[in-house]
Design a protein around this ligand. Structure first.
Ligand code: GDP
Length: 527
């Protein structure tokens, strides 16, 4: 590669930040995303993202099921520029009915923003998404939202992060007052106060100060709130964790920001600090060792396939995360699994669902590839080599159903549908050892609905799903496996590859089985 191209690559990589926002529904993810897009000039009016969320009917290329339910089944990608950075936000469905896609999308992110409602603290979906990020060891930044409302004590919330998620935290700013009394935040890193002004909290005044004892704050916030602030910050200085960049990078310490997305309060400083601290695209593990983003050969992997974005054409979009090299429209790459050269001619990049054709893209970017059915989740594409990325773990299903075909004559189509949808990662399939029943396993109820919908729409098969009471799946490695041991509150099944898996109805049954089979290994995901 020539020197100038080298420099261009480096600059493009340095300015990129690719992250996901993880939160529980209603914490304010749509609102925050919208404010971030406004800063980047990617949208002109507040309400754009919201409107899309509310009126799915207007957008023709959403899956029917999305329209019916008014939710986002699949994660989209939004790209915008801010202060010389190129930002890619990977959106994860905010509805309770999230799916394995949500988890897989997180593997394409280099860091995560964890959004928490100040009144509600750490909620169920946040925990699940956090755990996936924590397993990968990516940096996690916390934004505590809705500070304009009465909420929980910030120290309580920090303790909850540690107790529930096992992560220590370092507040980057601290609220001055709370709820109705909130008048601003003190920025610990830059020694400045940001004040709300006016009843609607809309105007923000930023004032540099000596430190938190500065009498200027007393004048602005009043004696009572200033005393409280000094007390809190002294305690943090003495007993809190100091900011430690290495711990942040390893995902052991989360920088915490307080703000209010709807009032746009604390959002811009959050964004600016985040851009400074968040990692640029990093090397990724592969069969050929670590692949540096600066590697001149283009490479990437597919983390998601979205079917039927346009029901009229039944096309599919495969989402590819670029790991190394420069992508150019029309380039030829090796589809490693298929062992074929393919031409990437209709790539798309995403801004809040508007599809544009991309000409070039760099590591950290996500491109959407037109997929005539040649891609699978986890496929690697690379220029002139056999690099395979090892990025996509399978996830332990938590919801199970027995599936049967309503019309026995359609059995062949039914089998084809199950095979293809399993390959695409829509569902996981298991066969019971005792009766040869077919069970489906998912992490979100929505996956069942997508499965039913696609079986009917694409394969012409009506299926019947009967919910089972299992809640946990563990792949078992045991020399002398004995199905009769797994009859009470559990059952033995095989996955698609023939590995043995035990499904348990509850944690107690699982623990008991583990105790009774000390020589067996129980794994959360396929070996
Ligand atoms: P999502 O489900 O996480 O995408 O949440 P939304 O962005 O749709 O927000 C859920 C609700 O919380 C909406 O009614 C928002 O207007 C409201 N909301 C979001 N941010 C704030 C905030 O900072 N303060 C207050 N009071 N409400 C907020």
């Amino acid at each position: 590669m020539s020197k100038t191209l080298d420099n261009q690559m480096q600059q493009e990589i340095d300015k990129r930040r690719t992250f996901a926002i993880i939160s529980h529904p209603d914490a304010g993810k749509t609102t925050l995303t919208e404010k971030l897009l406004l800063f980047g000039g990617a949208i002109r009016e507040a309400g754009t993202v919201k409107a899309r969320k509310a009126s799915k009917h207007a957008t023709s290329d959403w899956m029917e099921i999305e329209k019916q339910r008014g939710i986002s089944v699949t994660s989209s990608v939004m790209q915008f520029d801010y202060n010389g950075h190129r930002i890619n936000i990977l959106d994860t469905p905010g509805h309770q009915d999230f799916s394995e896609d949500t988890y897989r999308t997180l593997t394409a992110a280099d860091s995560a923003v964890m959004l928490i409602d100040v009144a509600k603290g750490v909620e169920a979906q946040t925990i699940k998404l956090f755990q996936v990020c924590a397993k990968r060891g990516i940096p996690i930044f916390t934004f505590i939202n809705k500070l304009d409302r009465e909420g929980r004590n910030p120290f309580d919330l920090m303790e909850e992060l540690e107790q529930v998620l096992g992560i220590r935290s370092v507040p980057m700013n601290w609220p001055i007052g709370t709820g109705r009394d909130l008048c601003g935040v003190y920025d610990r890193m830059q020694s400045q106060v940001e004040l709300f002004q006016g009843d609607d909290h809309s105007t923000i005044q930023v004032q540099k100060v000596e430190d938190y004892n500065d009498p200027v704050i007393r004048e602005m916030a009043g004696e009572f709130l200033h005393d409280q602030l000094c007390q809190d910050l002294e305690l943090l200085d003495v007993a809190g964790d100091p900011f430690d960049m290495e711990k942040v990078q390893r995902g052991e310490l989360t920088p915490v920001f307080f703000g209010s997305a709807i009032n746009n309060f604390g959002v811009q400083t959050f964004l600016e600090n985040f851009l400074k601290l968040a990692p640029k695209p990093e090397p990724r593990k592969s069969t050929a060792g670590l692949i540096e983003p600066t590697n001149e050969k283009f490479s990437g992997y597919i983390f998601k396939i979205q079917a039927n974005m346009n029901p009229a054409h039944r096309d599919r979009i495969a989402f590819l995360r670029i790991v190394s090299g420069k992508f150019q429209r029309g380039m030829s790459v090796k589809h490693v699994r298929a062992g074929k050269e393919i031409k990437l001619s209709q790539p798309q990049q995403f801004l809040a669902q508007d599809r544009d054709i991309v000409q070039e893209a760099f590591p950290g970017d996500i491109i959407g590839l037109f997929d005539p059915g040649i891609f699978r989740i986890g496929d690697s594409l690379s220029q002139g080599s056999e690099v395979v990325f090892d990025e996509l773990p399978t996830f332990s299903p938590e919801i199970f159903a027995k599936v049967t075909v309503k019309n026995a004559l359609k059995h062949k189509q039914y089998q084809k549908g199950i095979d293809q949808l399993t390959e695409e990662g829509t569902i996981q399939v298991f066969q019971t050892v005792s009766f040869d029943d077919t069970l489906l396993g998912v992490v979100g109820q929505l996956q069942f609905e997508v499965f039913e919908y696609r079986m009917k729409g694409e394969y012409g098969v009506d299926v019947q799903l009967q919910r089972m009471s299992y809640q946990f799946a563990r792949w078992i490695i045991d020399e002398n496996i004995d199905p009769s041991k797994f009859r009470i509150n559990s059952t033995l099944v095989k996955d698609k590859k023939g590995n043995y898996v035990v499904l348990f109805e509850n944690e107690y049954a699982m623990r008991t089985a583990m105790e009774k089979n000390p020589t067996a290994k129980f794994l959360e995901t396929a070996p």
